[in-house]
Design a protein. Structure first.
Length: 200
């Protein structure tokens, strides 16, 4: 079982905007984990004017995707339609078989079971969830394209005590945060929420 620990550090964000983001991020992460059959024990979030924190504890490190039967086109479709079905699913003709059901005879194939690491899923999902969030009020700053409630300075992102490495516009995720909002050259690294909470 693993822990997901995220901190978004920014210039001071009004309390009502913090609350909206906290609840929305928790909700979207919960949906994501349920959709991908990833179990977790508990989740919570905190915020201060400069820091917004999301925690998921007891997460599965990996998820096993079971084999699944996928229905294709009717066996009487033109050859071009079958070729399209094969291409879209990245399979060869030898992988399909015919099967009769109530509505007629169709082509089918079975997906292979596989194991996917939660870390890899999160690496793709987190930038997407941040990008899709719609602020009630947002701003741009400097030459950056990112729209955020206030200038976003860093993203600390740890899963199972290891960095989840991704880019979100001009910001690269890291395992550190700023100790003081007024002295951004003073940083500290963390690999779990327990040590972070103890320090602050």
């Amino acid at each position: 079982m693993s822990e997901l620990f995220i901190e978004l550090f920014s210039e001071e964000i009004p309390a009502n905007l913090q609350k909206n983001l906290r609840s929305k991020l928790l909700e979207e992460f919960q949906k994501f984990f349920e959709k991908n059959f990833i179990k977790f024990k508990n989740s919570f979030s905190y915020s201060t004017p400069n820091r917004l924190i999301v925690i998921f504890q007891g997460l599965d490190k990996e998820v096993k995707i079971k084999t699944e039967e996928v229905k294709g086109p009717n066996i009487n479709v033109p050859k071009q339609a079958l070729v399209g079905f094969l291409k879209s699913n990245k399979i060869e003709k030898k992988n399909i078989y015919k099967k009769k059901i109530d509505k007629g005879e169709f082509y089918f194939f079975k997906t292979k079971s596989k194991i996917i690491k939660t870390h890899d899923l999160l690496k793709k999902f987190i930038p997407s969830i941040l990008n899709n969030y719609k602020w009630q009020k947002s701003m741009k700053w400097g030459d950056f394209d990112l729209l955020w409630a206030r200038p976003l300075k860093s993203i600390l992102c740890i899963f199972n005590k290891k960095l989840i490495n991704f880019s979100f516009y001009h910001i690269k995720s890291s395992n550190y945060t700023f100790i003081d909002k007024d002295f951004e050259d003073v940083k500290k690294c963390f690999n779990d929420f327990k040590s972070y909470k103890s320090f602050f």
